[in-house]
Design a protein. Sequence first.
Length: 390
Amino acid sequence: MKTQVAIIGAGPSGLLLSQLLNRAGISTIVLERQSREYVLSRIRAGVLEWGSVELLRKAGVGARMDAEGHPHDGFHLAYNNQEFRVDVHKHTGKRMMVYGQTEVTRDLYEAQDEIGATIIHGVENVKLHDLQSTPRVTYELDGKTQEVQCDFIAGCDGFHGVSRPSIPDDIRTEYEKVYPFGWLGVLSDTPPCADELIYANHRRGFALASMRSATRSRYYIQVPLTDKVENWSDDAFWDELKRRLPAEHAKTLITGPSIEKSIAPLRSFVCEPMQHGKLFLCGDAAHIVPPTGAKGLNLAMSDVYYLSNGLIAHYDDGNSNLLSAYSETALDRIWKAIRFSWSMTTLLHRFPDQTDFDQHVQESELLYTAQSKAAQTSIAENYVGLPYSR
Ligand code: RFL
Ligand code: PHB
């Protein structure tokens, strides 16, 4: 098989890239290890930056998001049973959209079906070859080896994919910070306990009240890395969540059976460079942020913005400047999101060796933020998403 751009992975990065390229007349083949049903059953992020919203619209997949998504103008920070609102819209003129990653992925699949895009599921043993000349991808499907010849490869295959390790060790630098805790997340068909998200610093550990719709809630609590999902009954989860949220919300919190429950470890990770020859990395394949800043999915989308613009300029005008600058341009924005996600994580979580001094410093920073327009503007502009550079 031959195509212009071979895309490894049908997560949000791979599907959005394929959609934008196909609409610009560039051919793609997407190779995905899992089944479509499996990809669509993953519960992950929930908050879109406004830049992501506009990019999805540009890709022709904005209709259901605009009809069913929930624009949010702010969010709440809580500590010590107090709570204040960061008015994102007032400070930035922009807002967020609450619309689940699962829905984004479903919309992208449907749009790709309409275009007649090629997405091959269930591929095994994907290997990348000849990255410096005429690239090829080989894979196995139903026990047979297949090959795709292409001009470029987009590595959109997440943190555990094959693309990043295809960049030779002596060229690749990896930066990593692993946090000593994880998030236990629960999805439930219950109305959210508040109109906007609440991020809570608590002496027992961080908690987050989020949502997917007026009838579906998503909650998280910080747990030790040693905890197992099986050891958390729904009742134990709700009890612990209520202890950590401000009393006003804990009192009115409506509980119900969990429809998904999982633990995700928290890490920060960056791979440099994000390009090697004709291979370009996008999204989780190149970087991971702890979810405290709601940046993972949004960073995947800004990578796709830069890479799709670079590829389109290359094919349309023969101008490869944007493409050559991809890694540097994307990394500038990624490091800012890495910093913001790290600072939100550090501000809001309980660390194993945390002293009363450390706790006072966190609470004092929260108090300062509550009282300072400058501090709120800084959090707001990072949370809503820094502008794309070009
Ligand atoms: P994805 O979504 O991981 O998609 C990668 C796709 O590549 C496939 N794949 C392969 N295909 C072929 N051959 C191989 N060798 C392959 N190896 C992997 C995978 O099956 C998959 O379909 O990466 P992408 O597209 O870059 O999208 C990134 C986002 O998914 C990610 O940043 C966020 O979901 C991160 N994240 C969260 N972000 C938030 O902002 N808020 C959250 O609440 C949040 N929760 C999460 C998360 C990530 C999680 N992971 C990765 C464990 C919860 C979890 C559990
Ligand atoms: C979510 O709704 O899953 C969510 C929202 C905000 C975050 C992380 C996760 O910061």
